[in-house]
Design a protein around this ligand. Structure first.
Ligand SMILES: [Zn+2]
Length: 406
């Protein structure tokens, strides 16, 4: 059994699965539009949306083909081992060399990311990213992911060599802590990319504060983020541990939605908070990390894998690449079906919460505007919803909101 061939076959299976999703996305552009979402786009805009979606889909096919070819060449020609041979023989430099080479896929797919942001998004009027911002974002993203991957790989090597089989448990705990830490750091990290200003006094500020305090939360700050620097798309989130919350609204959201609609969107988010959905999500994350750790353990203890890839001993960098791009890439869509099904149930309940707060109608009109701004799908195929939607379709949500109102 040659692990190199198995890896290449698995690369191809992951690739084919992703193409199947793209086909479903393309098919969704031809579905009839349900009556309750028919007023979101006029005929002309919908035709534009269909063209937009089709362009995005074909670009993603080309991009995945290039990524697949790069991955197969790197593995098939033993380039990982050859490249690592140029580095010092210490464990750290060996794993770093492999992680560094894996960013080659990012480099090769960069033209597609550029075309997507600067050409397609631009053509349809969503892009506000200047070339300088785009370049700076790409550099920051590569450096951050290089840093994170190197750290995790180094951690895996230390734990495996120090703890043997016990590494599963400790690695799972470390990964989970890392993810929760990242969620904690995200608001701080997002300040590297964006500017935040406090929301001015007024109706919106009062209503949001009232909504949160009514349910026992303390508002730490309500801030506006300059999301419009990059995109016309609208969004909002709230962060913070326990009862102390910071609300972040994209400036685009404030531009487009009325104060009541913003409150409705927030009431939905608050519903998630009150239902402890974040906690349920975190439990699922821990389960996923445990699975990832078992995969990591199985990989690093199978020395033949590394011999087949041209190494003379275990290379932790290669282990991480294989775990993420082959093993986990195969398992996580399956797990995703389950996680997304749960998530869609939570979304219905959060909508119901907003309805109970008296924001049913404002939620419907607010969501319509958000979907318009996102240029979102209004008629996704049922199979696509099952495979990858964390939210029900807009039409399904509106139907449930109507029921909850009655
Ligand atoms: Zn939600």
């Amino acid at each position: 059994m040659n692990y190199k061939i198995i890896a290449i076959i698995l690369f191809i299976i992951v690739f084919l699965y992703r193409q199947a999703l793209t086909l479903l996305r393309l098919q969704s552009t031809r579905n009839p539009i349900p009556a309750n979402v028919a007023d979101i786009y006029d005929a002309e805009t919908y035709a534009k949306w269909q063209a937009y979606r089709r362009e995005k889909c074909s670009l993603s096919v080309y991009e995945s083909v290039v990524a697949l070819v790069v991955d197969i060449v790197l593995v098939g020609a033993d380039l990982y081992a050859a490249w690592a041979g140029l580095f010092s023989d210490t464990v750290f430099w060996q794993l770093f060399a492999v992680i560094l080479l894996s960013t080659l896929t990012v480099v090769f797919t960069l033209p597609f990311t550029y075309y997507d942001t600067m050409k397609i998004e631009e053509k349809y009027g969503f892009n506000r990213t200047k070339k300088v911002t785009f370049a700076a974002d790409q550099v920051k993203e590569v450096l951050i992911s290089l840093g994170i991957l190197t750290f995790l790989t180094w951690l895996l090597s230390v734990l495996h060599r120090g703890l043997g089989d016990w590494m599963i448990l400790v690695f799972a705990i470390a990964l989970s802590a890392f993810i929760f830490g990242f969620a904690f750091l995200y608001p701080i990290l997002s300040r590297v990319f964006n500017k935040f200003t406090p929301l001015p006094e007024g109706e919106l500020r009062d209503k949001l504060t009232a909504l949160l305090t009514k349910h026992g939360y303390t508002v730490r700050a309500i801030e506006v983020m300059d999301g419009s620097k990059r995109s016309t798309k609208a969004n909002a989130y709230f962060t913070g541990f326990g009862k102390l919350k910071t609300i972040v609204l994209f400036d685009t959201l404030i531009e487009k939605l009325t104060p009541d609609e913003i409150c409705a969107v927030f009431a939905h988010e608050l519903g998630h908070g009150v239902h402890k959905d974040t906690l349920k999500g975190q439990i699922m994350t821990v389960v996923q990390m445990l699975l990832l750790s078992v995969l990591a353990w199985l990989t690093v203890r199978t020395k033949d894998i590394f011999f087949d890839f041209g190494f003379t001993e275990v290379n932790y960098g290669l282990a991480v690449i294989l775990i993420l791009s082959v093993e986990f890439a195969l398992i996580s869509p399956l797990l995703g079906i389950l996680v997304n099904a749960l998530s869609r149930r939570h979304e219905y309940l959060a909508d119901r919460f907003a309805v109970e707060e008296g924001y049913g109608d404002a939620l419907v009109s607010g969501l319509k505007k958000i979907v318009q701004a996102d240029f979102g799908d209004v008629a996704p195929s049922p199979a696509l919803i099952i495979l990858e939607y964390s939210h029900p379709s807009l039409s399904q949500r509106f139907e449930a909101i109507e029921k909850a109102k009655g």
